[in-house]
Design a protein around this ligand. Sequence first.
Ligand code: SF4
Ligand code: SF4
Length: 133
Amino acid sequence: MMKQLQEEEPSYYRSSDGVWKRTGGCSTECGACCQYMILPLHAAMLSQPPERLSDWIKWAEYHGIEILVDRGAGSISAKVSLKCEKLADDLTCSVYGTDERPIMCNKYPLHPLDLEGELAEICTYEFSKITST
Ligand code: SF4
Ligand code: SF4
């Protein structure tokens, strides 16, 4: 089946770095953002000696966990490949439109950082900055 964009009205989001305009929409037959979790880790991990942090990142990757480090934002998080149990075989959300669907899924994506890495190429939402703080 072909991916089809479900165009939405533009929406606006305020974050610590300004106001963003979101255009585009979700695509059918995608589900790319439902195949993993991003779990924030304690920022204090970034203060470790670099060789210790690199060693820990290697160890985590041996367990199939990718570690995302953003020194500019002072954040570190773990990307765990784990498909949501509510993602149906046809790549639709089986709880779409119900109270069972997490609110964060209804609002996703809220910021360009939500679309880092390969998702930026796959996702059919786009962000443009309206004002900076
Ligand atoms: S990656 Fe984007 S287009 Fe694909 S399912 Fe998620 S929100 Fe929709
Ligand atoms: S609840 Fe639905 S939209 Fe949210 S991650 Fe699971 S399948 Fe995706």
